[in-house]
Design a protein around this ligand. Structure first.
Ligand SMILES: NC(=O)c1ccc[n+]([C@@H]2O[C@H](COP(=O)([O-])OP(=O)(O)OC[C@H]3O[C@@H](n4cnc5c(N)ncnc54)[C@H](OP(=O)(O)O)[C@@H]3O)[C@@H](O)[C@H]2O)c1
Length: 338
């Protein structure tokens, strides 16, 4: 019997807020492999907020192209090579790379593909969480751009999400005083109790964010780790300490804006506070991944890192799980288990 590949396609361009109905599920027979290709049985999909940006029409940029309609949705995956015509990717290899929401992917070693050697003491899914792109992003964003020093006031938004949960804990381990911004009382309580943030700000509480920031960080933030962009970033720029570092990691409040991102206020503060703001992509640091992974695995094995994860089951669940992640309905890194 022909083996089928269940896939989740981008069925239509999202009209601003993404809906699960923007996706469709199909099943296609597996195609034979060409020379230098290998077939991966996907075990987990990583749900990464940034991919929402490339679902928009005309969103091509220097990093990725706009996702084509009718094709499986692009995603970072973790899987195992099941069939191979590629000498460097033998059958049985466990790989992480960028393919798509599908049961089986055909790859050629490009697109961030790499073989990992899973540590039997570490749950496999961790290689998409603290030991995967989320952890690597948190590590290099903070260490390379944030440049933490003991006693720094560190402020981060989307603090309870995949990147945020790890970045906040690294900042704490570096001796910073940590302030997490998240939506809702339950999430904020969890940030204090489970992730040991020093202070929290509930940006959905109704109290103006600027006032809450003034109370939590009266002398300003030495490091801002921004995952949100837009007006929240503008407000944060209004609360910098002198010589602050602003880590431009993501702009989740803007990905739904099909007519382009809105402007950011308070840029003048970067001048008067002698501050620096710098963007980055985690893949800039491919050569240095081992450094991040050693550091993060060390914290994890010493029980000094909580790695919260929210796992949905089944290829078909990916669309709704992605929408839930964007809407903040979960804690920590969001994955789909196949
Ligand atoms: N530069 C890089 O290489 C790189 C790599 C990976 C990720 N990123 C960026 O890192 C950020 C986090 O990504 P992730 O995949 O880990 O997602 P995530 O943080 O697990 O999930 C997104 C979170 O964003 C918050 N959020 C959603 N809309 C918001 C809004 N309008 N205002 C404020 N908060 C909002 C929600 O939390 P609340 O409930 O608190 O609102 C939600 O839980 C994204 O901006 C992503 O693009 C960058």
């Amino acid at each position: 019997m022909t083996q089928l590949n269940t896939r989740v396609l981008l069925a239509r361009r999202p009209a601003e807020q993404l809906q699960a109905s923007d996706f469709a599920v199909d099943a296609q027979p597996l195609a034979p492999l060409q020379a230098n290709q290998f077939r991966i049985r996907n075990l987990y999909f990583s749900l990464d907020a940034g991919f929402r940006q490339w679902m928009n029409e005309g969103s091509d940029d220097n990093y990725l192209s706009s996702m084509p309609l009718g094709e499986p949705v692009q995603s970072i995956i973790l899987g195992q090579v099941e069939e191979s015509r590629h000498p460097q990717y033998p059958v049985g290899s466990v790989v992480v790379g960028r393919t798509a929401w599908e049961q089986f992917s055909v790859a050629d070693g490009s697109d961030l593909m790499s073989i990992i050697e899973p540590d039997p003491e570490v749950p496999l899914h961790e290689y998409l969480c603290s030991l995967g792109p989320a952890g690597i992003t948190a590590y290099f964003g903070l260490m390379e751009i944030g440049k933490p020093r003991a006693g720094d006031v560190f402020v981060i938004n989307a603090a309870a999400g995949g990147v945020g949960a790890i970045a906040g804990q690294i900042a704490r381990a570096q001796g910073c005083s940590t302030i997490g911004i998240a939506g809702g009382e339950t999430k904020c309580r969890w940030l204090l109790d489970t992730l040991s943030y020093d202070k929290v700000i509930d940006y959905k509480s109704g109290a103006p964010l600027a006032e809450q920031l003034q109370l939590a960080a009266p002398d300003g933030a030495d490091i801002v780790f921004d995952n949100v962009g837009g007006s929240m970033l503008g407000t944060l720029l209004g609360h910098l300490a002198e010589n602050a570092r602003v880590v431009l990691c993501g702009a989740i409040s803007q990905y739904d804006k099909v007519d382009g991102h809105e402007g950011v206020a308070n840029m003048w503060q970067l001048i008067t506070k002698r501050a620096r703001a710098e963007g980055f992509m985690f893949s800039d640091y491919t050569e240095r991944y081992p450094e991040a992974l050693d550091y993060l695995a060390g914290l994890l094995k010493a029980d000094q890192l909580v790695s919260p994860v929210n796992i949905s089951e089944g290829v078909e669940s990916a669309g709704q799980a992605f929408v839930d992640m964007l809407e903040g309905n979960s804690l920590g890194k969001c994955l789909v288990k196949i």
